[in-house]
Design a protein around this ligand. Sequence first.
Ligand code: PHE
Length: 486
Amino acid sequence: MTARQQPKNLWIGRWGFVLAATGSAVGLGNIWKFPYMTGEYGGGAFVLVYLACILCIGIPAMMTEIAFGRRGRGSPIDAVKRVAQESGRGKIWSGFGWMSMLAGFMILSFYVVVAGWSLAYLWKALSGGLQGGSVDDMAAIFGANNANPLSLGAWSTLVTVVTMCIVGKGVQEGIERNMRWMMPGMVLLLLVMIVYAMFSGGFGEAVTFLFSFEVGKLSSAGLLAAMGHAFFTLSLSAGAIMAYGAYLPDNKSIARTTFTVAICDTLIALMAGLAIFPAIFANGMDPASGPGLIFMSLPLAFQQMPMGSVLQVIFFVMLSVAALTSAVSMIEATVAWLTERKGMSRKAAAWSSGIVLWLLSTLAMLSFNLGADWTLAGKNFFDWLDYLTSRWMMPLGGLGLCLMAGFLLRDEIFRDELRLARWQHALWLLMVRYVSPLGIVLIFIDALGVMSIDIGSQWPWFLAALVVITVLGEMLSPRVKQQFTG
Ligand code: PHE
């Protein structure tokens, strides 16, 4: 084994990594996207495939990312490069590190806009600006909120500044320290909302909606969306988890921490559903109202409930905190890279990346007002950032890292890092070599639109393809024997 890099920063607390990684994973994806996707793709059926995707694709990919980070002990670019070099491979492979870092940066530039909505809504909730009798009134409030570039820009700038302050303070003093109160605080607020929902009607319907599984409702679009969302919600292929993994002490188990983070993330997404849908059902609204669910339907629903105005404040505080803990993780890779490679201080690195980020996010913000018709192929700048990152860069990064770990790099590295029992290691390999890649290829086929995928009727073919590819792959792979004979 070659000498490992000496870590400069490590999480100090017992729960340091878990808190930070869960903070990264739990965000707008859980509280904004997951509920509306569940609403759109038919409730329980979507929840079930989503859980399967987390288990088969998300968890193995997260273990892989943390292993890369801890082995390489550096920003994703350097971590991937070092691990590749340790296996006698060229620098070129660090391209996947570059792509992850870039994806994190690009996601953050539109994420701060949505996080800005959340702060703006918190302010409106506090100052009584969320009044209206119908969904149309709420849509008008949402429209007015976006129409003014100055106020919209001010809110996203505020998010950027707070993020950079936290990151600039350093891994332990900034990130770890703040996560210690932000995460428990967020969960507490979510629990308050659920307890309220239990006693205020609509709870039973929400539970049925989320957990009753009807095979007929399972759509291919839902399955593909669930796969893509598994990456997004676990913060994979965006530099975040790998950058945090670089600070994971050697004695911690990667498998155990990964499961903890993935379980917390999933539980919080489901809890968000249990906090939001009861209000929607109690007021006879449509759960499938899309991205406007929490900004239009939910405020309207709250208005009609006792203590709704208090609840609304609680909800938007929680949402803002969740967004912030994720935002911090998206820029960590860039800041780590600037400090390690360009010799900058944490503060200088945070503020200089903050400025570039601010420029990019301003363009994203303008997509809602002045720049609404700056479109290319029907998508504005905001939509492009979202589309490129979640449909292409994250899956491509995931595919690259999984295949590298599965086929290209020395297996001892991963045995060393993951420290799994033999059968568990074989299972992990099966996932990163075949199951995740096939899933990701389906996402690409769908994004390219070259073939219409109907998993409902074609699933036996997909299963057969998976088996054939696995058997062929294992027969051709020189490592097979060594795998099972030790
Ligand atoms: N996982 C975060 C969420 O669910 C988003 C995120 C993506 C965070 C990529 C970091 C990196 O909102």
